[in-house]
Structure formats: C-alpha cells, structure tokens
Design a protein around this ligand. Sequence first.
Ligand SMILES: *Cc1c(COP(=O)(O)O)cnc(C)c1O
Length: 387
Amino acid sequence: MARGLRCPDDRWAWVEIDLDAIHDNTVALKRLLDRGVQMMCVVKADAYGHGAVRCAKSMARAGADQFAVATVREGVELREAGIREPIAILSEPPLEAIQDIVDHNLAPAVYTQDFALSLGECAAAAGKVANYHLAVDTGMTRIGVNWRDVLELRRCIDFHRGIECAGTFTHFATADVLGDWDFEMQRRRFGEAVATLRDAGLDTGLVHCSNTPATIMHPEVHEDMCRVGIGLYGLHPAVETRRRVRLRPAMSVRGRITRVERPEVGTGVSYGLTYRVPKPNIQICTVPIGYADGLSRTLSGNMDVLVKGERCRQVGRICMDQFMFAVAVNNVRAYRPTQAVSQGDVVTVLGTDGNEMVSADDMAARRNTINYEVVCDFGLRLDKVYV
Ligand SMILES: *Cc1c(COP(=O)(O)O)cnc(C)c1O
C-alpha cells in the first residue's frame, strides 16, 4: 500500500483521487459521442467531491470541450485556476452575482426575463456580450422556462445586444430508467421547443439534454452536446449502464489507525455504548474519520473497512471525527479471521485493498441513497491526495 504513505501531514485521514481514472473515464465517455458532438463535463460540487480544479484539468487534457458548475463561485474558482474552456452555470443565480458572471465569462442558465435582461445590461456596460444557455422545463419541474413558453421568453429578451444564446437545454428526470414513458414525453416536449425556436428563425446555440445515463443509454438524444457528470468519476448512474461502458472509480478514502485497544469482554464502544466487546482477543481500533468528513452516521454498525486486504466490522456509533472497528485476533467466531493490526496501519473506508473492495454503490445501498451523495460527502473536509 505504497499509495497510503502519501498521507497529509496534519491528519491521519485523506481522500485519494486517481487522476488517471478521471482521464480514462473522460476518454471512454467521449468515445460514445459521434464526431462533432461536444462534451460538457459537469464539475459542480467540487467535482462531486473529487476536487474541481485538478479534475477539470485532467478532463480538459482528455477532450472535455466545456465545463458546467452549479454556482458562480464554482465557476470563478475554475477561471482563477486557469481553465479557459466555456463554463456553464446550471441554474440562474441571484441578480447580485451577475457582475462576477460577466467578469469571468461564465455562461449561466437563463429562464426569466428579469435575469436575462439584467445580465445583458451588465455585459453591455462592460462592453461584452454574455453567453447564456436557455433552460427548458420539459417535465422535471425544477428549473427552466416551461417548454410551451420558450418562444415568448426569447421574444422578450432577444432585442438585447448584451446577451447571446449559446445553448438550449433540458434535464431528464428518468433517463436512468430504460423504456420510460416520461423520458419519451420530455424528449418530445424538448424537440417541440427546439423546433419552435428554429421555425421562428432563432439561433438555439448548442442543443443539449443528456446527463450520464442518457449519454450512455440514449445515443438518439445526444444532440449537439452531452453533459456528463457521475460517469467521469467512474461511477454508474444505473445498473443498466454498467455493461455498456467500462469506468474506473476515481475516489478512495483512507485513514490510519490512531489507537488499538484489546478491552475486556463487556466493554462498551462509542456514544451510547451500543456495541460491547463480546469475546476475548478483540482489538478495537480507532480511525480519525467521522460523519463531518462525510462518513454518514447512518452507517454505524453497518459497514466494513479494509485492513491488510481483509474486511473488518465497524462497531459502535460513528462520531463526528472518528470511528472504531473491531479486529478479531485468532479467528473469533462470527468475525472474519484477521491478523492483529497496529497503530499506523492503513484502513480503507472506500476503495480497494488487496482483493477486497468497498464501493460507493455498496455504501450508498447501506445508506439508502445513491453513489453521487456518497462521494460528494467525502469532499466535505478530508484533504485530497492526487495520485
Ligand atoms: C448534475 C447535472 C448533470 C450531470 O448529471 P449526471 O447524472 O451526474 O451525469 C447534467 N445536467 C444537469 C442540469 C445537472 O444538474
């Protein structure tokens, strides 16, 4: 475990990001696109917890044409790190953020007249033309102008010389479900909206609607550009996408054992003492990773960690900054046989150690959530080490 040695100086816990995996996943996903179809890499939420700047640079080298973020601040961070590709903001921020958008040449989603015209005013005052992406609500009921009203909105804003439509997009609610009727309905509505704009002689910019599941499962909706997110990080949005493209998870979460005890039978562990040592020869080991680092407290007593290539049971409640796990020395029944461990040994919470693996999908299932949330959460506080 040579990689584990790259531990930050101030804490015995870290997130490892495999930038080669990010690069290779980007290439693998881009290969699914026809020539001429652009790839917009979604690096919102600090690249789903993986670190936006380093990931975006790897993706750019692997063929990303554009980037997308959720907030203005995320876009500014990329610009300040030297990212030159177009950067979209996936929803309308408050009017107060418009100056930053114009200063950093970000392209926000637009779906209200108020925002569009304020953007135009600000850009014009700076002697610029601001690009925007028209967001169309085709059935997700989240953001965007209703698909029936696209022409009306464009007619109210198109007079302004300070703005230019760089794209027209929608977002699917059920692209991860094969043969879904609602997906077909959204697709049809989006097609109608785009046709309405074109029939009126308006420039739609790049037409885009495919998230990762649509990019992998629905080549018929790639249009001019795909907006891929989760797949870049090596995770699959659905069971159905797994056999269609090979991806490699980029994130591992590791720590070192900070303390090892061999308590008497009956000794309690962690808040509430919900776990009590049931047999002799059980080591209770402490790792400095907790729910404030994104290791959900709902996993307490319901997850394994990997040490020396073996699975060990996490025991007791997960604390804010630490958790404990048990190592059964001498093959105690009901525990897997495990060698004794010592302070400083590397523990894998997410990722691979030897032949064993804990995946974001395993963890998501145990948490009753999706892999997206698992990796975003690990971006919270742990230092990232790029390998
Ligand atoms: C997050 C997001 C994406 C990326 O979705 P994935 O499922 O991660 O590929 C694409 N488009 C919009 C509008 C999003 O909010």
